[in-house]
Every structure is written in structure tokens, then in C-alpha cells.
Ligand binder design. Structure first.
Ligand SMILES: O=C(O)CCC(=O)C(=O)O
Ligand SMILES: [Fe+2]
Length: 346
């Protein structure tokens, strides 16, 4: 089905400025929580990431040294072919297995190659049927010993590591402000979530979706990123202007609405106990995608996954459950939860 026939989503566009300058904290917080309750996503304007900093990161993501390929033609989409290419050109060094387990460093996910690496990484059948055609470079905070960063060899892309780490910490600042707003909007003390986010066990992902035949995307032979929900407390996402992100319609499971690029906006999603929805989303062919050669343009996005401190026991947020709407999920440590989700997804 062409995306043009899909309704657009109800994701609200909220100006975060009045929260940051203190002129209308409560009003902004209420709007964010209302969009989260409705659809689990919100577009934030004036979020605190200067446009030139995002542009700089998009320049890095587009750097050819980070790419396996710019496009896959029809013939290339023979999965064995892709698989072989991915294995023949592992990103760098010999840390491939580590990289996949930790999901850090560069990963190329044109077909789940982890199937060959470790049976634990077998992914759900429906995802294998329409494999993701994407590749990503990921990093966390440099001091993280549990999941050490894996950088490109010295001399490759000078400045890249510093740019990633600077951006990582900038996003962390933005995260803390959004968590403050979220707490306020839920009727909690502004600092409520901060006590559980003292060490950013977060992940910055630079995502590249190579150009692929539109028809293969529409026929669901491949996808860009299959339907999933994120693992952490919130995700911040910068997307380029290509489009293709879709979120599940809260009123109709299995049906998706486009979340088109809004210039300057940061897309934020969250999740707890379904009151604040942890909405399933995916990336497909962009809206109104027509091109002379039948190929989608390449697409880039930069998600930043925010997690509670690994030692935190993740429980449903006060205010999202009561006697009539009991907790749907049992408390679990953040680390155990993330690892469980990674094992079942990656
Ligand atoms: O590329 C996008 O727009 C979404 C990426 C995403 O959902 C993810 O990496 O979890
Ligand atoms: Fe996601």
C-alpha cells in the first residue's frame, strides 16, 4: 500500500522554549504529556540542540567512510549477496561479535548476520522475512566499562569521535530537561526521574538507510526498520527530510500513520504502563516516494536512546496506574530489561 493513503498521525508539535526559559513550564509539560498519552510521541521545537549542531552530526552520518554502500539495487537485494558483503567488509577490527552483543560501534544490518554469530541473536521470524536494510554506528559514554565504545581506527575520520561524544553529552542535557517536563506533567516533583538518570547509560546511534527499490519496500520484501518499540525511558530522534517514519495508530493496532519530518523538530517518544504509550514504530518507504529510477533516496537519522541507570529498578511511573488501572508490568532492573530486549531483538 502506498503511504499516501495513510492518515497522518496526531503527534503534537510543542514549543519547548517556554519550559527552558521558565515562562510556562507547566503549560509545556502538560502538552508533552498529553501527546505522550495520546500517541506516545511528540515533536519538540526549540529543544536545545542548535540547528548547526544537528547539521554537523548529519554531515558525519553521511560521510562515505561510515557507509558500506549508498544503494542496493534489485539484484543486490538477494539476501545472501548482502550477507556476504556485510561479512566480507566488517566495519573495522576484529570486534564484530562484541559490537553486536553490545550494539555499539558500527553495525551493518542488511540481514541479521548475528544469526551466524550466535544463535541467541536469532530475531523474530517476521523481521527475518522483511529484513531491515540499514547500518548504524553507535556509541555511549566513553567511561562505560560494561559496554566499551569501539571507534574507527586512529587517523580515520579525525574529529569524528570528539563530535560524537560532544553530541552525546548535548543530547543528555536535552534528555534531562525533557525528563523534568515529563515529571511535572505527570504531577510529580520536577526532579523525580533525574534520581534514576544520574549516569547516562545512553546510546547515540547514527543511522543510514541506503537507497533501495521503492517497490521492494512497498511489497514488504525488505524494510528500513521493522516495527518495534524502543527499550529505554525516552528516545530523542533527529530525522532528515526524506521521511518514512511511521507510528502505530493508537486506536487501531497494526495500522500505521506517517510521522513526517518537521523542520527543526526533535521527535521524542516515551513509554510506561501504556498510559504513556510505548508506541510501536517503523521506517518504510517515504511518503509520496516516486523517483525516476524507482529507488528511494538514502535516509539518515540520529536517535539517542535514554536509559535509566542500570541499577535502577524500573517500575511503572506513579500516576500511570491505580486500583482501576493496575500495573501491567512487574518491576525489573534497567540492566536486565535492556539486555532481555536486546537479546530478543538483535
Ligand atoms: O530512523 C528512524 O527514524 C527511527 C529509528 C528507530 O526507530 C530506532 O533506531 O529505534
Ligand atoms: Fe525506534
Amino acid at each position: 500500500m502506498s503511504n499516501e493513503t495513510l492518515p497522518t498521525s496526531d503527534i503534537q508539535i510543542v514549543d519547548f522554549g517556554p519550559f527552558l526559559d521558565g515562562s510556562d513550564k507547566r503549560g509545556v509539560a502538560d502538552k508533552i504529556v498529553s501527546s505522550f498519552k495520546q500517541i506516545g510521541f511528540v515533536y519538540l521545537m526549540n529543544h536545545g540542540i542548535p540547528a548547526e549542531r544537528s547539521a554537523e552530526m548529519f554531515q558525519w552520518v553521511g560521510n562515505s567512510a561510515l557507509k558500506l554502500t549508498s544503494r542496493y539495487d534489485r539484484e543486490d537485494l538477494d539476501l545472501t549477496n548482502i550477507l556476504v558483503k556485510a561479512i566480507l567488509r566488517p566495519a573495522h577490527g576484529n570486534k564484530k561479535i562484541l559490537r553486536r552483543i553490545h550494539h555499539l560501534g558500527r553495525t551493518t544490518e542488511v540481514f541479521p548476520p548475528r544469526l551466524l554469530i550466535h544463535p541467541l541473536y536469532a530475531i523474530a521470524e517476521q523481521r527475518a522475512q522483511a529484513p531491515d536494510v540499514k547500518e548504524s554506528f553507535e556509541c555511549g559514554r566513553e567511561e562505560d566499562e560494561l559496554q566499551p565504545n569501539i571507534w574507527l581506527p586512529d587517523g580515520t575520520l579525525p574529529g569524528f569521535k570528539e563530535a560524537c561524544l560532544d553530541f552525546f553529552w548535548l543530547c543528555h542535557e536535552v534528555e534531562l530537561n525533557i525528563l523534568r517536563a515529563l515529571a511535572l506533567g505527570l504531577g510529580l516533583a520536577e526532579g523525580y526521574f533525574l534520581q534514576y538518570h544520574t549516569v547516562p547509560d545512553n546510546q547515540l546511534r547514527l543511522l543510514h538507510y541506503p537507497s533501495v527499490p521503492i517497490q521492494a519496500l512497498e511489497a514488504e520484501k525488505i524494510t528500513r526498520i521493522g516495527a518495534h518499540s524502543d527499550f529505554g525511558s525516552i528516545t530523542l530522534l533527529l530525522q532528515d527530510d526524506v521521511g518514512g517514519l511511521e507510528v502505530e495508530d493508537p486506536h487501531q493496532a497494526g495500522s500505521f500513520c506517517p510521522a513526517p519530518p518537521v523542520p527543526g523538530a526533535l521527535v521524542v517518544n516515551a513509554g510506561s504502563n501504556d498510559t504513556i504509550r510505548s508506541t510501536i514504530h517503523r521506517v518504510r518507504a517515504p511518503r509520496q516516494s516516486r523517483s525516476a529510477d524507482g529507488m528511494t533516496p538514502e535516509r539518515y537519522s540520529i536517535p539517542y536512546f535514554c536509559c535509566a541507570d542500570f541499577g535502577t529498578i524500573v517500575d511503572c511511573i506513579p500516576g500511570t496506574w491505580d486500583d482501576e488501572r493496575p500495573k501491567k508490568y512487574e518491576p525489573i532492573s534497567a540492566q536486565e530489561y535492556i539486555m532481555k530486549r536486546m537479546l530478543s531483538t538483535y
